[in-house]
Design a protein around this ligand. Structure first.
Ligand SMILES: NC(=O)c1ccc[n+]([C@@H]2O[C@H](COP(=O)([O-])OP(=O)(O)OC[C@H]3O[C@@H](n4cnc5c(N)ncnc54)[C@H](O)[C@@H]3O)[C@@H](O)[C@H]2O)c1
Length: 237
């Protein structure tokens, strides 16, 4: 999903910084887009480490001068266990990345936007359908994504009058490496997921990338604090 958004942003002539713990994929994506003439850089960052997130935002400002938009999309999936079987370490790890990591990103992005005097900043956090409804066997992930929805709403309220919009994407099941990993371990998962989306299929990463880029753009100028379902109707039923 992050890659889809980056490709779209680059095609619209945005200057883009890709940040990820995965050096190889991040650097390859940046290189591929640079070869097509885009202004795209990769910076390795573990969002669970505050100093790395601060460094990421500072390096972004050094390179491009201002920060106008951010897509906080990194997360780890669930262990797939009933709640009482989730270990304390797994629970903390999920919270460290999905919640505290998203908080660190928002904190330094918002500071950069405010200090830069940006007139129309936009932040998009990827939550999940698991951020608005409960999903069996996804306890720590559901808790983490509900927290991302909460952070989004509070930041929208705190910074709306200062020109920063903050929204959350609510994807249903989307065909990405994260989901593919789960499907590889459970052959029944794919037909099951198809059946619980009213639209009868999964989403594709580009369908989420489009939504993220729209929320980042001035076309969404009156949208803030929204939890935008891009979920094939999953949360409608
Ligand atoms: N795929 C789905 O069905 C689905 C559904 C709902 C929500 N989501 C959410 O969508 C977002 C994107 O997921 P995806 O499906 O594209 O998964 P993905 O695994 O393809 O992408 C997630 C990326 O986050 C990076 N990442 C993980 N931990 C990190 C860390 N500590 N610091 C920096 N980067 C880190 C990974 O390296 C990876 O590149 C996630 O927030 C996920 O929870 C996915």
């Amino acid at each position: 999903m992050g890659r889809s958004a980056v490709v779209l942003l680059a095609s619209r002539k945005a200057n883009v910084v890709i940040a990820d713990v995965n050096d190889k994929l991040g650097a390859e994506c940046a290189e591929e887009l640079r070869e097509q003439g885009a202004q795209v850089t990769f910076i390795r960052c573990d969002i669970a480490v505050e100093s790395e997130v601060k460094g990421l935002v500072n390096k972004t400002l050094d390179q491009f001068g201002e920060l106008h938009g951010a897509f906080n999309n990194a997360a780890i999936p669930q262990a797939g266990l009933p709640l009482a079987d989730v270990s304390a370490d797994q629970f903390r790890r999920t919270m460290d990345i999905n919640v505290t990591g998203t908080f660190f990103c928002m904190k330094y992005e918002i500071q950069a936007m405010l200090e830069g005097g940006v007139k129309s900043g936009s932040i998009v956090n990827t939550a999940s359908a698991a951020g608005v409804v409960g999903v069996p066997m996804h306890g720590e992930y559901v808790a983490s994504k509900h927290a991302v929805v909460g952070l989004t709403r509070v930041a929208a309220a705190d910074y709306g009058k200062r020109g920063i919009r903050v929204n959350a994407l609510i994807p249903g099941a989307v065909r990405t490496p994260m989901l593919q990993g789960a499907m590889d371990n459970d052959p029944g998962l794919e037909p099951y997921l198809n059946s619980i989306h009213p639209i009868g299929r999964f989403g594709e990463p580009d369908e989420l990338g489009e939504a993220a880029v729209w929320l980042l753009s001035d076309a969404a100028s009156f949208v803030t604090g929204a939890c935008m379902a891009v979920d094939g109707g999953f949360t409608a039923i």
